[in-house]
Ligand binder design. Structure first.
Ligand code: BJW
Length: 228
């Protein structure tokens, strides 16, 4: 990686697929016949909170039994050793990057370990099932929701992400379909800024033509090969 100093890495569900966590849009990616677009919205939560809370309780329980894979570990090694700026912007709500040892991680779609109180706006570690309507540890209201970003909501820390893209020499997208904005637009912004772009994905993503280089195959093979 000659002449590269600052790197932004975007990860999606594909990076955790080989840890046994289902992706959103692959075959069988439906949950009880619901598309993610029908469950991961504030409207769905208003209409049928039990359904949405069950979805997140189940996901959180499943994630806790999974382990980081070779792709997470390779990115953690890169994070530990890379002397320049590096930011892993993940769309994933799992904590597998952190459990592999990565430090410079930004969760733009939130984190499954946190609950957000819609009454007092405080985030807290989420213990037990949200379906049981636990009280917020800060204000006592039973108004907790998963601290994740649903369709129509603003992803987190966008200014930091755009700032990192402006300073980057290389943008790498790993295991994401390119179906969901604003993350799907990062490659275009990178190109406009003259940043080098690389896609590592099982197959061509929706944005594959925007990348200067695309390598296709499983993340557990492609990511260690790229890092090491
Ligand atoms: C492997 C692999 C292996 C498999 N190895 N690879 C029309 C046009 C443009 C935008 C919009 C529009 N209409 C509405 C919008 C906006 C909307 C949007 O994008 N909708 C689309 C459906 C069109 N976006 C929003 O509402 C966002 N907010 C927003 O835009 O705010 C306004 C704003 C304006 C300006 C600036 C900033 C903001 C919010 C989006 C929130 C998304 N939330 C979710 C749920 C999070 C919580 C949870 O986890 O439940 O985020 S939806 C879901 O999709 C989740 C994911 O993070 C996200 C992306 O999915 P991802 O990770 O790409 O997974 P998959 O399954 O799609 O793809 C996996 C890929 O891996 C595939 O390519 C596989 O091939 C590959 N793979 N195995 C390597 N082993």
């Amino acid at each position: 990686m000659k002449d590269i100093r600052n790197i932004v890495i975007l990860t999606g569900a594909g990076v955790s697929a080989e840890s046994g966590i289902d992706t959103f849009r692959s075959e069988g990616g439906l949950w009880e016949q619901h598309r993610v677009e029908d469950v991961a919205t504030p409207e769905a939560f208003m209409r049928d909170p039990d359904l949405v809370l069950r979805f997140y309780d189940m996901r959180r329980e499943a994630i806790q039994t999974k382990q980081p894979n070779a792709a997470h570990h390779a990115l953690a090694r890169l994070d530990a050793e890379w002397p320049g700026d590096l930011l892993i912007v993940t769309q994933n709500v799992d904590d597998l990057h952190e459990r592999a040892g990565a430090r410079r991680v930004l969760h733009m779609h939130g984190e499954h370990l946190l609950a957000w109180c819609t009454a007092c706006d405080v985030r807290s570690l989420w213990v037990g099932a949200l379906l049981q309507r636990p009280a917020c540890p800060a204000c006592g209201e039973k108004a907790l929701r998963p601290d994740v970003v649903w369709f129509g909501e603003m992803p987190y820390r966008m200014e930091e992400i755009y700032e990192a893209l402006r300073k980057a020499d290389l943008f790498v997208s790993i295991g994401t379909s390119g179906a969901v904005y604003p993350a799907a637009g990062f490659v275009r912004q990178a190109r406009q800024l003259g940043v080098a772009t690389l896609e590592l994905n099982l197959g061509p993503s929706q944005g594959t033509l925007w990348f200067e280089e695309a390598r296709h195959g499983p993340a557990t093979e492609l990511v260690p090969a790229w890092v090491d």
